[in-house]
Design a protein around this ligand. Structure first.
Ligand code: FEO
Length: 182
């Protein structure tokens, strides 16, 4: 079981992960609009990852006999000045999510909630990877003399577009159950 305070905090995190998915879907749509199909794919893979993060939290609350309560999802920006801004915003957002996960861990420790603390460790590790991905791409963008157009961005678009989806993207009941168990 989890306390009502922890239940509320986990529900807030579900909302943040859903917003993350929405934000990256918006970036994917904008990248498509700009003719950058590789970046569009990268952000759509990221969208699926965020949905998985949200659904993993959802299932945990249910498994702990808690109540999932959904709130409205904030509207993300519709357009970005370019790829550079997208990844700067992505890194900034992921740093915000990392802070949020750390606060959840703090609460779990405060409440001596070992099960939730253990569960959250997956997210702690995931955030290290998420921030690293963004740092790596920003470093590559910095290597290009003009990160908004030209052959460099064309080549990077090809590379970025090869990102594989490694988590389940099927949120039907059967597909989700498969993802949760894996
Ligand atoms: Fe679910 Fe990108 O943090």
């Amino acid at each position: 079981m989890i306390t009502k305070k922890m239940e509320a905090a986990l529900n807030e995190q579900i909302n943040k992960e859903m917003y993350s998915a929405y934000l990256y879907m918006a970036m994917s749509a904008d990248a498509t609009e700009k003719g950058l199909d590789g970046f569009a794919r990268w952000f759509m893979v990221q969208y699926h990852e965020e949905m998985f993060h949200a659904m993993k939290l959802y299932q945990y609350v249910v498994d702990q006999d808690g109540k999932v309560t959904l709130k409205g999802i904030k509207e993300p920006p519709a357009t970005f000045s370019g790829i550079q801004e997208m990844f700067e915003s992505t890194l900034e957002h992921e740093q915000f999510i990392t802070k949020s996960i750390n606060e959840l861990v703090d609460l779990a420790i405060e409440e001596k909630d070992h099960a939730t603390h253990n569960f959250l460790n997956w997210y702690v590790e995931e955030q290290v990877e998420e921030e690293k991905n963004d740092h790596d791409i920003l470093a590559k963008l910095a290597m290009l003399s003009d990160s908004t157009k030209g052959p460099g961005i064309y080549m990077l678009d090809k590379e970025i577009g090869s990102r594989a989806l490694t988590i389940p993207s099927d949120f039907s009941v059967d597909g989700f159950a498969e993802g949760v168990e894996s």
